[in-house]
Design a protein around this ligand. Sequence first.
Ligand code: PMP
Length: 423
Amino acid sequence: QRLSKRRARQEESGAVAGARSFGDLPALRDFEMMKTAMEALDLPNPFFRPHSGVAADTTVIGGAEYLNFSSYNYLGLNGDPRVKAAAHAAIERYGVSASASRIVSGERPPHAALEAALAAHYGTEAALCLVSGHATNVTVIGHLMGPRDVILHDATIHNSCVEGARLSGAKRIAFAHNDAQAAERELAAARRGAARALIVIEGHYSMDGDVPDLARFVEVARRHDAWLMVDEAHSVGVLGPRGQGIFELQGVDPAGVDIWMGTLSKTLSSCGGYIAARRQLIDWLRHTAPGFVYSVGLAPVLAASALESLRVLAEEPWRVARLNGNATRLRDALRARGLDAGASGGHAIVPLMTGSSIRAGRLSAELFARGINVQPITFPAVPERAARLRFFVSSEHTAEQIDRTAAVVADTCAGLAPVEMAG
Ligand code: PMP
């Protein structure tokens, strides 16, 4: 009632009722211009499409079934009966929310069980789970580093690491993608003026699907007394014969990495992020990291789902072999048709370089019309000339689905008008 009285007074005095406009925000204006440009091209919006069930090798959108290459359900564990049973049991026992920060009243047994399993996975002393992978990188990097420090990261590192670095106030240096030599050069130059140094890389790059030379980064970090942090979001369940990650793929001792980071949202078919490291670091983060202390605990059902997914992963490594076989098959089939699959290592992520955002958008729209769901990655997520489609392959795809996809993609690319190809 008080609100409506105030509004009546505003109207009487001629003041405009309602919230202030955001229209003078430059970034918002840029966004609206981009939206208008997309509408002018008459492309359907590929974002926020609701899927009506579990998205695996196929998915249902708007009542129609599509071949799906847009989910991180790498090993088909989202929807697995064992994972669902673990989730149901956790809901029965704990409900659906932790209902508080873990430091006060949000701690439940699945948290410690999952953290012990993750620490065992990397052979570290301890691990800590947070509510999302993004929040994990932001809060951990932001909390660990400060204005007197330097952070070096791969030029294509995930946004969450960049945001964490910005939050920290540390000097931030991006080095050329996967170039350990460039990282060393930059580090050598910046190290003397910095109190501490942190190198951040990914174990399997989410845009290109390639991997770093981990041993070389371990050496660089050691030589210059820097910490090395590896984001394994797309590596767990993907790299190495048992899907343990980049250290298993390349036979590198995981103890050479100071901070292992990962997400629960991809292979582990849940939601959340984690850090695995020395107990000293984990204990400090548990008691002081803002995104952990001042945020709700991971929902127990999500911890239980991720834990069961980890167990299934350890028990069924054939899923990893099937995933890698499928990704390699798709990459090679695209290349055999003269298409550019970028630097993909053939693990789970296969880009199709299109050279322009418009071409990526058009290709995605045409493929959707032909029953294939694959997202375009456009500027500003990548530089304009690096626009692409990005295929997330799953162990659940069949060879027939992969071959059919490559054929339809090649046919669709060939059919795009040259003027559109130029973007
Ligand atoms: N790191 C990388 C490399 C990622 O690709 C992502 C998400 N795609 C994240 C962190 C954030 O993880 P989450 O989606 O679990 O928040």
